[in-house]
Design a protein around this ligand. Structure first.
Ligand SMILES: NC(=O)C1=CN([C@@H]2O[C@H](COP(=O)(O)OP(=O)(O)OC[C@H]3O[C@@H](n4cnc5c(N)ncnc54)[C@H](OP(=O)(O)O)[C@@H]3O)[C@@H](O)[C@H]2O)C=CC1
Ligand SMILES: O=C(O)CCC(=O)C(=O)O
Ligand SMILES: [Mg+2]
Length: 745
């Protein structure tokens, strides 16, 4: 038997980081007793920033680059990583984190918006490495398998969450571009051989501006060249804003500025500038001088004008407010605090925000705090249409019923920075009109060409052949193991997807698909087909590219389970290791707000429980570790009981929260270990613990719930004091002492 590798548990941000302070002592106690090593690595935004600037910090302040370490580990068969959601930082988040760290005595440099010299360029490059979706693409060295385990689905059926009502008269709809978006002009090809290429813009005067000097491509790789026309985008926004005003429906913009960290902030910024067109025309020179950049949200504008003399600032604010008279009502992120949809590009992230709106019966909050119908603007047509299809369906059939609806797991292509994940360093705002070419460096052959105009967003995406083969294999495996039909959501009219379809058809032949139902359908048909089955209680695997992997794994779980946090989310790493993500959602900033205000954390750690089970099973299966198998089996039983007894956290202060839910998991896990007979030592040890926990249930709950109702200060948001946060998250002396006894054996 080879030595069992360690489980690496990631420390991340916001709500999952808080939950970790409470859950990890439990995990440590149980795994230590079984001789399984669990170590943490800090990949929080704060740690990632600090790791980039050792030369600015004292020796005590320096931190290792844990993300780089895990990125390398993910490429080895020993990898066993439990990955919690982390902040994919927008600019406002990055700035806030830098400011907080500086306030704590870390002498980090300012973020240079417009670097003036080489030193500033270098600082900006280091910060930009940390920005946006900078963790997931590095760790996801495999494709994605996300599903609701049977017990979780049964729980959702037994305790269905609330769904808003849908009316056929709802005016809610999705608006997307019908031309000039990435879909429209996309060109794609599969490489006949390995090549080095460059991305260059040939200007009207014939000059070649090299935007990306070298991209090395492998044989069989698919590359795409696509652009979003600035003119078409701005006309689209103007038309839709006006349509919303005329028809009296609320306006809401949904993009993914975190994952598409270069293109979508620009897409976001154009919308803000058009909405506030009059104010931008009047104060354009001033905004330029101040360095206002609304790609980073209105919060950037408000920050910048804060430095102006009061009278001038008031005039700008008056003019901004005056724009609202000519414009439709804006959807709110937080109406009590007057935070609109335009405040920050990371406040409304399409994967989570669209399902939340659909779950609420097609409504979002308006400025008066009331729910209203909405025009959801999602410029990119490929992906927008799936939401419109679901909305059509809900208008026709009414809201989904979580007690009866089928399930839609996903097999998603994402390995090795597939598709949009790898496009960040190949995305450019075109500096002048010209021809955008992807050119073979050696032969000078132009592989893909586009006519572009100044301000267009031009990008190249790529997906390697090996990840595609692996994705097809995973789809076939899931189809066979689950007995569900699988649908590849691929549109033959989209050039990139047409290339994928050819490969899918070829690689399907490598597998025995006898008796399996595997189809390929364009997105809208796939959605319709899947939904027709969903309402009949039938299950269908969606097999998708990277963006739909992201969108569908929030969309369906949020309808089925109320949240995507309850998903089993496995990344079978291509090198043989495993990464186990904790659900399919994010780091839930609103939960932190509640904890700080009333010391109640509504974060549900079910995703962590499931990931830990899968991680232990991986150790058992691949390294023959019997104690890991035993722990996994007991944990699986404990989760079943946890769901059966409905011990998920409540949303209401004073009731069971995240910490209390962890207590119940610990109790059930100990009980399950106490009832097995394979390992007498563990049986005895956990038998004693189970008795102690059971006997002290009321005291522990009182200690956990009794602290609620008061604000707490954890001395930081992005970089809280770990000792203080741990004390807040572990307030039960009785539970802490019981766990400490396990450590003593
Ligand atoms: N894998 C990753 O690393 C991911 C990271 N992110 C990051 O997460 C941050 C927040 O993104 P956002 O778009 O708000 O999406 P989230 O999924 O974090 O949050 C949206 C809402 O979903 C519900 N929710 C999410 N997780 C849980 C949970 N474990 N238990 C209970 N409810 C949950 C909450 O609803 P309610 O408030 O009603 O309780 C929450 O407010 C961003 O910084 C983003 O970059 C986002 C997605 C994935
Ligand atoms: O990487 C990111 O920015 C977010 C990823 C995400 O939302 C997901 O994996 O579901
Ligand atoms: Mg997502």
């Amino acid at each position: 038997m080879s030595k069992t590798p360690k489980i690496i548990y990631t420390f991340t941000d916001e709500a999952p980081a808080l939950a970790t302070h409470s859950l990890l002592p439990i995990i440590d106690a149980y795994t230590d007793a079984a001789g399984i090593e669990v170590e943490t690595r800090d990949i929080s935004l704060a740690a990632r920033i600090l790791s980039q600037f050792p030369d600015y910090l004292t020796a005590e302040q320096r931190v290792e680059d844990h993300l780089a370490e895990l990125g390398a580990l993910a490429k080895t068969p020993e990898a066993n990583i439990i990955k919690l959601p982390n902040i994919s930082a927008s600019m406002p988040q990055l700035r806030a984190a830098i400011k907080e760290l500086q306030g704590q005595g870390y002498k980090l440099p300012e973020y240079p918006d417009e670097p003036k010299n080489d030193e500033e360029k270098e600082i900006k490059a280091r910060y930009d490495k940390v920005k946006g979706s900078a963790v997931n693409p590095v760790l996801r060295e495999g494709n994605s398998d996300r599903r609701a385990p049977k017990a979780v689905k049964e729980y959702a059926r037994k305790y269905p969450h609330h769904m808003g009502e849908w009316s056929q008269a709802s005016r809610t709809h999705v608006s997307h571009m019908h031309g000039g978006d990435f879909y429209h002009g996309e060109k794609s090809m599969t490489l006949d051989r390995a090549r080095d290429v460059k991305m260059e813009l040939i200007t009207k005067s014939g000059e070649s501006l090299v935007l990306k000097p070298k991209v090395s491509l492998l044989e069989g790789e698919i590359i795409d060249s696509m652009f979003m026309s600035k003119k078409a985008l701005c006309e689209f926004y103007e038309r839709e804003i006006e349509d919303a005003r005329k028809t009296g429906v609320m306006f809401s913009l949904h993009v993914k500025a975190t994952m598409m960290k270069v293109s979508h902030p620009i897409v976001f910024g154009h919308c803000v500038k058009i909405f506030y067109k009059d104010a931008f025309e009047k104060h354009g020179a001033l905004f330029e001088e101040l360095g206002v950049d609304v790609n980073n949200g209105m919060v950037n504008l408000y920050d910048k004008i804060a430095t102006l003399p009061e009278s001038q600032r008031d005039e700008v604010i008056r003019d901004l407010h005056a724009c609202h008279d000519q414009r439709p009502e804006l959807a709110m992120v937080d109406s009590a605090r007057s935070i609109t949809n335009f405040h920050s590009p990371s406040d409304v992230i399409v994967d989570a925000s669209m399902p939340a709106m659909i779950r609420a019966g097609g409504q979002m909050y308006g400025a008066d705090g009331r729910m209203k119908d909405v025009k959801a603007v999602i410029p990119e047509s490929t992906f927008a249409r799936i939401y419109q299809e679901m909305i059509n369906f809900c208008k026709w059939h009414g809201a989904f019923d979580p007690a009866t609806m089928g399930t839609v797991p996903n097999v998603g292509l994402m390995a090795q920075k597939a598709e949009e994940y790898g496009s960040h360093d190949k995305t450019f705002e075109v500096p002048e009109d010209g021809i955008a070419n992807i050119t073979d460096l050696e032969t000078g052959e132009v592989l893909l060409t586009q006519n572009v105009e100044k301000g267009d967003i031009w990008r190249m995406c790529q997906v390697k052949d090996e990840p595609i083969r692996d994705w097809v294999k995973l789809a076939v495996e899931r189809c066979r193991d689950s007995g569900m039909p699988a649908v590849f959501w691929l549109d033959p009219y989209r050039p990139h997807e047409n290339e994928l379809i050819k490969k899918v058809k070829t690689y399907l032949q490598d597998h025995d698909t006898t008796g399996l139902d595997i189809q390929i359908m364009s997105q809208v048909r796939a959605m319709r087909y899947t939904l027709e089955r969903v309402i009949r209680g039938l299950d269908t695997i969606s097999v998708t590219g990277n963006i739909l992997r992201d969108y569908l794994t929030d969309l369906f779980p949020i309808m089925e389970l109320g949240t995507s946090a309850k998903m089993l989310s496995i990344v079978p790493l291509m090198a043989g290791g495993g990464m186990f993500e904790t659900g399919a959602g994010g780091s839930a900033p609103k939960h932190v707000q509640q904890l700080l205000e009333e010391n109640h954390l509504r974060w549900d750690s079910l995703g962590e429980f499931l990931a830990l089970t899968a991680s232990l099973e991986h150790l058992a299966k691949h390294f023959g570790n019997d104690r890991a198998a035993l722990l996994a089996d007991a944990l699986d039983k404990a989760i079943g009981q946890f769901l059966e007894n409905d011990k998920s956290p409540s949303r209401k202060v004073g009731e069971l929260d995240n910490r209390g839910s962890h207590f119940y998991l610990a109790l059930y896990w100990a009980q399950a270990l106490a009832t097995q007979d394979e390992d007498p030592n563990l049986k005895a040890l956990f038998g004693r613990l189970a008795e102690t926990l059971q006997a002290n249930e009321a005291t522990i709950l009182e200690e956990l719930n009794g602290v609620q109702g008061q604000p707490v200060d954890i001395k930081g948001y992005y970089h809280a004091d770990p000792e203080v946060a741990r004390a807040v998250m572990c307030p039960s002396k009785t539970l802490n002492e019981a766990l400490a006894l396990v450590a003593k054996g």
